[in-house]
Design a protein around this ligand. Sequence first.
Ligand code: GKR
Ligand code: MG
Length: 429
Amino acid sequence: MNTALLIDEVRLTPILIADPPLLNTQGVHQPYTPRLIVEVVTRGGVTGIGETYGDGKYLELARPLATALTGRPVSDLNGLFALADEVCGDSRAADDRVDAGGLRGVQTADKLRLSVVSGFEVACLDALGKSLGLPVHALLGGKVRDRVEYSAYLFYRWAAHPDGGEKDDWGAALDPAGVVAQARRFAREYGFSSFKLKGGVFEPDREIAAIRALAQEFPGQPLRLDPNGAWSVETSLYVAEQLKDVLEYLEDPASGTDLMARVAAGTGVPLATNMCVTTLAEVPEAFARGAVQVVLSDHHYWGGLHRTRELAGICRTFGVGLSMHSNTHLGISLAAMTHVAATVPNLDYACDSHYPWQTEDVITARHVFEDGRLTVSDAPGLGVELDRERLAALHRRWLDDDGTMRERDDAAAMRKAEPEWRTPEIPRW
Ligand SMILES: O=C([O-])[C@@H](O)[C@@H](O)[C@H](O)[C@@H](O)C(=O)[O-]
Ligand SMILES: [Mg+2]
């Protein structure tokens, strides 16, 4: 055993990061949203970093795992899952209801635990890579591409939060013209050439008009629409029919495997999901019923980069496409996403990323998209460095918060503008 690889210390730093007023079917993003930064320090003096969700229900599971990990080798990635099963316990937050902001289907103890493990797994891989002088993609078997393509993530949005938050110069996007203007800026500044619109915000005809406007502006370029399960089967089929000539895929039009299977049976438009297939247990029924044609991987959901590659193998076996989902995240996770994406041959679509919406970061040099792509780093580990001053400042914001921003709750944020707002019943349309 190489004792230099033993873990001496695990540091957990919850932070609050600025988030613009992006709309979705549950409400609107809060001005600040929680993330958790994980640092794993080895006896050899190397520090690996990871990032995951930072709401209280994740912190509650991360703390015992951090304690239990001390003294174990940073290379024992398989052992991490057994350890988490042993020490984390079942979170009280796992109530089998759709979560209040992540829009990731029902919330189970398994999903919460895997999301926590993902941050630790990435930190261990970063530390291992730095210790061995190898990039993370090499630890996953090696890259099969040098650049990873990302897609523009368009949101209906307000110009500003009703109650403070950081200002930006994107302006409001609440109609087809606003959505097209946003897409043009994404294409100009980042070089993105495929576009996903977060839907489920307005009546379906209004969102159909936005996609039509995008198709006119960017003829032949891949377009996606994702209402996070807000529609009935009938509405989903109506939208699919209206947009069948321009959509690359329709993402989670209806909620749950049963409704998705019924939609899939009635349209030739491929259906994608990051809601009804987010754990292995959900795969067999969804695939057997042909409910989804594309799974959006997300290493936070699946328990890290190795598990994401396992998902890729399953999708390949069953002839199901693979894309990548994103929720609000920083540059550590974007580095991890890029490394794993670089190693998966069947990643057939441009990956989602919220990153352009995140103006704050905890790494010293922000990622730069060129032609909509990120170059895969060959530096040891993830290839990003922690900016300790920024980390401290964002942690200070978390400490100073009275508790309202520490849990992401898009419906509560919406009530600042519309006091009567309640999380809409699904199907909403
Ligand atoms: O941040 C949002 O509003 C998104 O809707 C996010 O929460 C989803 O998880 C996600 O982007 C998706 O593709 O469903
Ligand atoms: Mg989605």
